[in-house]
Design a protein around this ligand. Structure first.
Ligand code: ADQ
Length: 475
């Protein structure tokens, strides 16, 4: 088997059992690498006063974790700047929050080149290189410029936006062209893939071929949808753990016979937490009889706290939940429990299981793994109900959830009422259908289908190039 080399902005070496999780990509990659004797390469999360070419390596369960530090200016311009102040908001349709600074773009290019400098000597000829996410779009081009001929794929964990939004990005053409140095470009859904193709056809003068590949900038790639899943087997084991049982018991105890609505998110404006709280407030106003019978546990952990939009959001959410609680609380009942701490994976499994309704209502989300984890954690005889935004990539697969428009408070409030009133037979039927998908389309299936497409596209590409060279008589 070829070595699998995963490259992502951050690397998550395995921590102690039950250590807090670190976001969707980290979850998925740890599980995806487990059966490969491969390598995971990226930034350590630490800064260095000056580059010294130092690489830290650690080996665990057959995987090598290789990390490098970045200089402060690079962290600011590449990570806080181009990745999190430009691409993230733009690709989540928040053009109002998008900052277009030339220095950010320069930092982004500089760090991608540095990644390539550090990574190139570690690559062997048969290695499969799999680059993750929007931080590293130009990396494939940089590696090719350094002579690497390996199979190289890229996976985008966030949505690809409509072409009208891409056009607002200075040097958009250069960014998209860089993607054509990979053999395969993966998206979570057909919708994101089609948005990418619409740019290629209408703005890059490219062509879609009958075998699914696309041609532009004198190169050919395979853009394809690979919906990511969770580590379903790992999750099933986790939900039986002592920690999961303990947190479940604690939750049941503290529910005091009330029904629990649950939100679990990285604190991010794309997750629609403000809109969710307002929809919940609307429900309390419209259905006062539900007061005291329900409460919302909103767990939102801080990320990217260097970026102003995130600082603003923390203050806004705390003020909003404080206001709603102040207006609606009674001496022995609080409508919103607003929690900012990270939970261990097992602990989270117990909390999911104790919930009656999950509110997964992002305004835009590449996939959303919380929706899948919630389903995997349920008790099959008495499962909770998933309320899911139509703008999460997960909605394309999870049709048996209650699908809502998160921009409409009425729609979300209606769905909560419906979920609370849903008979147990219907809950079981919907849950079984959802669980089947979660188990079938898990993270292992995602990895295997991507790797298979990458091997095939690379071999196919080589064969085609050899045929053209032979026809020209030059090799
Ligand atoms: P994220 O935006 O991080 O991922 P998501 O897919 O929901 O979003 O994953 C979040 C992960 O963090 C989940 O595994 C969840 O359990 C964990 N988590 C969240 N809050 C937590 C808390 N308080 N304590 C412990 N764990 C917590 C990005 C994209 C998504 C895409 C993934 C994977 O934005 O759309 O699904 O990558 O591709």
């Amino acid at each position: 088997m070829s070595r699998l080399i995963v490259v992502s902005n951050r690397v998550s070496p395995p921590g102690p059992e039950g250590a807090p999780s670190q976001g969707g990509l980290a979850m998925a990659m740890s599980a995806a690498l487990r059966e490969y004797s491969g390598m995971w390469f990226g930034w350590s999360g630490q800064s260095t006063p000056a580059y010294d070419g130092k690489l830290s390596t650690q080996r665990a369960n057959g995987v090598t974790y290789a990390t490098m530090d970045l200089e402060e200016q690079d962290i600011e311009e590449y990570y806080n700047g181009y990745a999190n102040r430009t691409l993230w908001p733009l690709f989540h349709y928040r053009i109002d929050l998008t900052q277009y600074e030339r220095s950010y773009g320069q930092g982004y290019e500089r760090v991608n080149a540095r990644f390539a400098d550090m990574l190139t000597p570690l690559i062997e000829p048969g290695d499969l290189i799999w680059v993750q996410d929007y931080h590293l779009i130009p990396l494939g081009r940089e590696l090719r410029m350094r002579g690497l001929k390996n199979a190289m794929g890229f996976f985008l964990h966030i949505p690809w936006p409509a072409r009208e939004l891409v056009l607002t990005l200075p040097r958009h053409r250069q960014l998209v062209e860089a993607l054509f140095h990979y053999d395969v470009i993966g998206f979570h859904t057909e919708e994101w893939k089609n948005a990418f193709l619409s740019y290629i056809l209408q703005d890059a003068g490219g062509m879609a071929m009958s075998d699914g590949r696309a041609t532009a900038f004198g190169r050919t790639v395979l853009p394809k949808a690979f919906p990511i899943g969770i580590d379903a087997k790992g999750f099933a084991a986790m939900k039986q753990s002592a920690e999961a049982r303990e947190s479940y018991d604690r939750m049941i105890d503290s529910k005091g016979g009330r029904r629990m609505l649950l939100g679990v998110d990285r604190l991010d404006y794309s997750k629609g937490i403000d809109e969710r709280l307002l929809a919940y407030e609307r429900l309390l106003n419209e259905s006062p009889e539900l007061k005291r019978q329900i409460f919302l546990l909103q767990i939102s952990t801080f990320t990217r706290s260097e970026v102003e939009a995130y600082q603003d959001m923390i203050a806004r959410l705390d003020a909003m939940s404080g206001r709603i609680n102040g207006l609606h609380a009674e001496m022995d009942w609080i409508p919103i429990r607003n929690v900012h701490r990270m939970h261990g994976r097992d602990e989270l499994a117990g909390i999911y299981r104790a919930a009656d309704v999950a509110l997964v209502t992002p305004l835009r989300d590449g996939m959303n793994l919380v929706a899948k984890e919630f389903v995997a954690a349920q008790d099959e005889s008495d499962p909770g109900v998933l309320v899911l935004s139509r703008f999460a990539g997960a909605a394309a697969q999870m049709r048996d959830a209650l699908i809502v428009n998160p921009f409409s408070q009425e729609d979300v409030a209606d769905a909560i009422r419906r979920a609370l009133a849903m008979p147990v037979e219907e809950r079981r039927r919907r849950w079984r259908a959802l669980m089947e998908g979660v188990e079938r389309d898990d993270v292992v299936a995602w990895r295997d289908s991507f790797v298979a497409s990458l091997e095939e596209a690379h071999v196919g590409g080589k064969t085609r190039r050899a045929r053209i060279a032979a026809a020209r008589g030059d090799g």
